[in-house]
Design a protein around this ligand. Structure first.
Ligand code: ASP
Length: 438
């Protein structure tokens, strides 16, 4: 019997998880049952993905660089990637600003709703403000300083230090190319083999994906906010969703026009990564799957994927930056804080930097939102109220913006691949071919 494609398996898992979660939340024992017996599966799955993220980056980036015939290719990949990431982020923020200025979601929030949301979510919002302030107390070049580790083992022991690991591996890989071929061969052969093994680990972990998304979504359903709040924030959520949908449209169009690959090819190839991004709200956890899909299903060669995807997961967050723009303007509208045109330009600048600085984990975008709000001069006493306002719908929007973050990385990988002749036919035609040896 023909096996169902992976994205369908994951989608079915998601739908069943939502239904199961909703049904269980009707019973008094439901939440406890899900928390004790279902939620751990989702957590184990996310841990497994994070577990292989750093080894995967090391092995695949080393293989990618050492396969290069000359180093100048690498600087081409690096330069184009960074430029495209910047351009896509600025486009995303501009779309967000346009939508929020047209829809004006903040003007439909009454004082009563404002007070209620502020009081219900004040503790959680206060925690985000504190986290942002800790992050904000650094100089403008700090992020470059942070990229250079002083101890590679310390860097490799934290998933939050991916850029540091990338820095070390690029340095190591380039040095490797500069020594004699005979001398570098044993190291290359070792890491090529590690790379194959880790890719097989991704395949094996993905066998769990349909069940894991069931667990993740069922667990989310038992903690969903109440319906009234969702209605009050509906226009704000709709603005973010319209913006994110436009971004997806742009990716599909760019891929179709520039790489001549059809929308269905792109979406079919990347959809398992998108669905996982949606279910986990973390581009870091999704990274192993994004890399595997972009390489084996979208046909981008390893030299490109192994650099573009991990760098993208850490610094390129189109969905997050778009959300920050919409949320910042929405909060200012709701609190009657007028924004000038100059303020909106400030939002473009700070949201670009904030999305680079956002960690690729659930809720990180909200922490950096504080920095955007501070930049436009929202008084400190309003910050916590502002965050409390958007808090209730943050998780569903986080799921959507993470999906866009991952799609943006895949798009840039395809464009960079095409531009240097490293986009070919995908190796895996379907999931069954891919798992034939499992
Ligand atoms: N959850 C997002 C990600 O991992 C970051 C954010 O917007 O909060 O990509």
């Amino acid at each position: 019997m023909k096996k169902l494609a992976l994205h369908w398996q994951i989608l079915i898992g998601m739908v069943l998880g939502v239904v199961f979660g909703i049904v269980m939340s009707k019973f008094s024992f439901g939440a406890e049952l899900i928390n004790d017996w279902i939620r751990p599966l989702g957590k184990i799955f996310i841990n497994l993905l994070k577990l292989i993220a750093i080894p995967l980056i090391i092995a695949s980036l080393l293989k990618g660089i050492s396969d290069l015939k000359d180093i100048s290719k690498f600087s081409q990949i690096g330069g184009r990637t960074i430029v495209l990431y910047m351009i896509s982020t600025v486009i995303a923020i501009s779309i967000g600003l346009t939508v929020v200025n047209i829809v004006q979601p903040g003007n439909s929030i009454g004082q009563e709703t404002l007070d209620r949301l502020a009081s219900e979510n004040s503790a959680a919002a206060g925690a985000k403000v504190t986290a942002a302030q800790a992050q904000g107390e650094t100089g403008p070049l700090q992020f470059i300083v942070d990229m250079v580790p002083d101890n590679i083992f310390a860097a490799a022991s934290s998933n939050g230090s991916m850029l540091q690991v990338i820095f070390f591996i690029v340095f190591f890989g380039i040095s490797m190319l500069l020594i004699e071929e005979k001398a570098r061969m044993p190291v290359k052969a070792f890491f090529d083999s590690v790379n194959d093994i880790i890719l097989k680990m991704v395949d094996l972990i993905m066998l769990l994906a349909p069940y894991a998304v069931f667990a993740l979504l069922a667990a989310l359903m038992v903690e969903a906010p109440d319906g009234d709040i969702l209605v009050a924030l509906a226009w704000y959520a709709v603005s973010v969703i319209i913006g994110l949908a436009c971004m997806l449209g742009i990716y599909i169009t760019v891929v179709a026009l520039y790489t001549k690959k059809s929308p269905s090819f792109f979406l079919k190839g990347i959809s398992p990564a998108q669905l996982l991004a949606f279910s986990t709200s973390s581009s870091a956890a999704t990274l192993p799957v994004t890399m595997e899909r972009v390489e084996e299903h979208l046909g981008v060669e390893k030299e490109v994927t192994s650099f573009v995807c991990p760098v993208g997961a850490t610094i390129n967050m189109d969905g997050t930056s778009l959300y920050q723009a919409v949320a910042a303007v929405f909060i200012c509208q709701a609190l009657n804080f007028d924004l000038t045109f100059g303020d909106q330009l400030t939002i473009i600048l700070t949201a670009t930097l904030a999305s680079i600085g956002s960690a690729a984990v659930p809720g990180a975008g909200m922490v950096m939102l504080v920095i955007v709000l501070e930049a436009v001069g929202l008084p400190a006493e309003y910050l916590a109220i502002g965050l409390a306002l958007v808090f209730a719908v943050d998780r569903p929007l986080d799921m959507l913006r993470t999906t866009i973050n991952v799609s943006g990385d895949a798009t840039v990988a395809m464009v960079v691949g095409k531009s240097i002749g490293k986009l070919g036919e995908p190796k895996a035609q379907n999931w069954d071919d891919h798992l034939e040896n499992v």
